[in-house]
Design a protein around this ligand. Structure first.
Ligand code: NAP
Length: 304
């Protein structure tokens, strides 16, 4: 029986693998594709991971993986189809390759940003289209950008970007924001944020880099073109927890309820990274979760 199966090979899963190997545990990482790094694979320049300014997302993901492999972590490419909390001492992970038995599991499947699904979004991703203002905002200092959405993340992103950008358009599909009143007031009081109400994005245009946003007012049907350099999409994120929603306690958004100990409602199953309830979803906080999950897991397996 393996000591630990880690599902997912983003920063949380790979850090968990590193910590598990250093703790003398036998660890298997199961990943959907033979390509580690998770969401950071889509990040051109990371720039907020301490000590590695400007490192590429792909390069950082690969170095996390090499580190885990060097310490002896095993990897398997497969889709997990079921998880069974068989007994306190044994958990079963069923994959497209077969069944594995282990003493404990770290869930690290991550989350994906909800996409707008408009022309230009996919092709200009990383070339001005971003899903993370705190990760990429610094590249847009002195420039004009738009934030799409009306929730807490959109408001926080607009406020964050307004500190360094010349102008921030906040584009929302309704005439009322969803985010917290306190954030709304801050947004209204910030002179370089312009709210554009009742409007949806038609397309994001540019040759190699974002140059223009085409929007449509859904009440007046008026079309407007906004020349700008960056588009931050903040229309919600979707935790990749479909597999375990019936097994562990999740909140209404589908995030696994767990604090920084990464302990879930099921003994022996731990949740690390973007799929757990937490205020800040970044590489550094995902990596911290990987370390915390293994520390909690060690306490668990040596006491049962
Ligand atoms: P959210 O609260 O679900 O807001 C998503 C926003 O995007 C909504 O305003 C929604 O519009 C809009 N939207 C969704 N699909 C769209 C589409 N296809 N086109 C245009 N607009 C679209 O998501 P979030 O802001 O990512 O926040 C996620 C959760 O984290 C929330 O529960 C939030 O409260 C929490 N959070 C809390 C804090 C904090 O407490 N400081 C900070 C960040 C996040 P509608 O309003 O019309 O639906």
């Amino acid at each position: 029986m393996l000591d630990v199966i880690i599902i997912g090979s983003g920063p949380a899963g790979l850090t968990a693998a590193i910590y598990a190997m250093r703790a003398g545990l036998q660890a298997l990482v199961i990943e959907k594709q033979p390509m580690s790094g998770g969401q950071i694979l889509n990040t051109v320049d990371v720039d907020n991971y301490p000590g590695l300014p400007g490192i590429g997302g792909f390069e950082l993901g690969m170095s996390f993986r090499e580190h885990a492999e060097k310490l002896g972590a095993q990897f398997e490419t497969a889709e997990v189809t079921a998880i069974e909390a068989a007994t306190e001492k044994e958990k079963i992970v069923v994959t497209t390759n077969g069944r594995h038995s282990c003493r404990a599991i770290v869930l690290a499947m991550g989350a994906t940003h909800r996409m707008l699904g408009v022309p230009g979004e996919e092709t200009l991703r990383g070339m001005g289209v971003s899903y993370c203002a705190t990760c990429d905002g610094a590249f847009f200092r002195g420039k004009t950008v738009a934030v799409i959405g009306g929730g807490d993340v959109a408001l926080e992103d607009a406020l964050f970007l307004a500190r360094g950008c010349e102008k921030v358009y906040l584009i929302h599909r309704r005439d009322e924001l969803r985010g917290a009143r306190s954030l709304q007031q801050k947004v209204f009081d910030t002179p370089n944020i312009e709210l554009i109400w009742d409007s949806v994005v038609e397309s994001i245009d540019g040759e190699g880099m974002v140059q223009m946003l085409q929007i449509r007012n859904i009440k007046t049907e008026e079309h407007t073109q906004l020349p700008l350099q960056g588009v931050f999409i903040a229309v919600g994120i979707l935790p990749d927890t479909g597999l375990v929603r019936e097994l562990v306690d999740c909140d209404e958004g589908g995030y696994i309820r767990a604090d920084e100990t990464c302990v879930t409602s099921i003994p022996g199953i731990f949740a690390a990274g973007d799929l757990r309830t937490k205020p800040l979803r970044q590489i550094v906080t995902a990596a911290a979760d990987g370390a915390n999950a293994i520390t909690s897991l060690e306490n668990y397996i040596y006491t049962i």
